[in-house]
Design a protein around this ligand. Sequence first.
Ligand code: THU
Length: 132
Amino acid sequence: MQMDLKIAAQAVREKAYAPYSNFKVGAALRASDGAIYVGCNVENVAYPEGTCAEAGAIAAMIAAGARAITEAYVIADSPDPVPPCGGCRQKLAEFAAADVPVTLATTDGQERQTTVGNLLPGAFGAGHMDRS
Ligand code: THU
């Protein structure tokens, strides 16, 4: 993992809008175009309308015209590296191969390395609709 991805995730985390949970999350994705796309969580007073950091980063990547994630980094101020929520695992899997590395981190420097495939074993994919 190159430092630029970590620095990007740290920086965007500071911009998170999380007045309800006070839990700021930053996500940085490297894409196949070589660029880094970032996102932070954006909460809403109508709680279910809030969006996760990973979703924001994916939206930025797609809006820029990139389609494939090659590496991901997620950081939060948690006691141990907080894994992405279930929905974000599926969102990452839409644009990342199973072997794409994901680093989960805490603001105090802990890091855990995993992959998109390990985060979402048995993922639902397009092949499951083949008979429809
Ligand atoms: N959150 C993320 O942004 N990404 C995750 O992977 C876990 C959770 C956000 C959503 C909400 O704004 C806050 O963290 C608390 O759940």
